[in-house]
Design a protein around this ligand. Structure first.
Ligand SMILES: [Zn+2]
Ligand SMILES: [Zn+2]
Length: 326
């Protein structure tokens, strides 16, 4: 148990946000467990919704009291990558809650340009998903699904279940592939045409049956393991597209024979560039359901329990709220 953090001072281009609800993800867990070193001390938390408490003197587009979600990454704006629009790839990118203090607190400071106003019709429980949803929106856009195409999602965690819904919104039919059957009922409820456990038989045969041709048109890989990359290659048809969103931390053994022979396109997707408006639009339109994904909620004082819950097999998205706001 620690005492309250000091109120952050804001600069002329900053906003101070009173946190209503924050999400916890695998990145947070890796920081929490010491797997990913950061500069200490650090207030973690990068997925959040709250109300603007104060703004700096230069800030025009935000009002005090307005509800916003945070886009927790900002770039230098001056390097060649930033200037060509690839700000997600900026070598000097800063992440709120990783490089600077974040949202596991009552108040969070961030550049005002990182605050996206949220429509009244979008609840905090929906808005708190905006950040991972923006990640998924970019990934799906990278493989440009067309209506009536078939897609496979590898992994049925938060990102996988969001990818499923974003693909459904684009009109694609979706096969969900996972190591465990645990989320399959939910995946079907969220629009999966079919679900398949990796252990239950060869993926290429399943993809052929589901697609009615040589394999699915596109695959969104969300599991971030070496196996998952291989599964994606097994599922996709010749000429198909694969986008990788998970970050395999171990070296990945992959046969490039089918990649060449079948002209498979494999692209990576890193966070987001300009996808927050599209993510918020999907929430506003009710195309993405977040309720079933928010499995656990804790007071900020119970952050230990929140991280323990994150590791539970039955948890999908764990959220924390400052005490008194539950
Ligand atoms: Zn995250
Ligand atoms: Zn830059």
């Amino acid at each position: 148990m620690v005492g309250p953090a000091a109120v952050p001072e804001i600069g002329p281009d900053d906003a101070l946000v009173r946190v209503a609800l924050a999400g916890l993800c695998g990145t947070d867990y890796r920081i929490w467990s010491g797997d990913r070193p950061v500069s200490y001390p650090l207030i973690m938390g990068h997925e959040f919704v709250g109300r603007v408490e104060a703004v700096g003197g230069n800030v025009q587009h935000l009002q005090v009291g307005q509800r916003v979600v945070a886009e927790p990454n900002y770039s230098c704006g001056r390097c060649p990558l930033c200037l060509e629009g690839n700000r997600n790839l900026c070598p000097r990118r800063t992440t709120v809650g990783i490089d600077v203090d974040g949202a596991f607190a009552d108040l969070a400071r961030l550049p005002a340009k990182c605050c996206w106003p949220v429509a009244d019709s979008v609840s905090d429980d929906e808005a708190v998903i905006a950040e991972p949803l923006a990640v998924v929106v970019r990934a799906v856009n990278r493989v440009s699904p067309k209506p009536h195409e078939t897609a496979a999602v590898v992994g049925a965690g938060t990102l996988g279940l969001l990818a499923l819904q974003v693909l459904r919104a684009s009109g694609a039919r979706v096969l969900v592939v996972s190591r465990s059957t645990r989320r399959f009922a939910l995946a079907r409820e969220l629009g999966a045409g079919e679900t398949h456990a990796v252990a239950d038989g060869p993926l290429d045969a399943v993809a052929r049956r589901f697609s009615g041709r040589e394999g699915v048109d596109l695959v969104v890989e969300t599991a971030g393991t070496a196996d998952a990359v291989n599964h994606a290659v097994s599922l996709v048809r010749p000429g198909g597209r694969i986008v990788l969103t998970g970050l395999p931390h171990e070296p990945t053994t992959l046969s490039f024979f089918p990649v060449v022979r079948h002209e498979i396109t494999i692209v990576g997707s890193m966070i987001y560039q300009d996808e927050f408006p599209q993510a918020l639009g999907l929430l506003e339109a009710g195309r993405v359901r977040t309720g079933p994904l928010l499995t656990h909620r804790f007071d900020l004082d119970g952050i230990d329990a929140a991280f323990a819950a994150h590791r539970e097999p039955d948890s999908i998205k764990v959220t924390v709220a400052p005490p008194g706001l539950r």
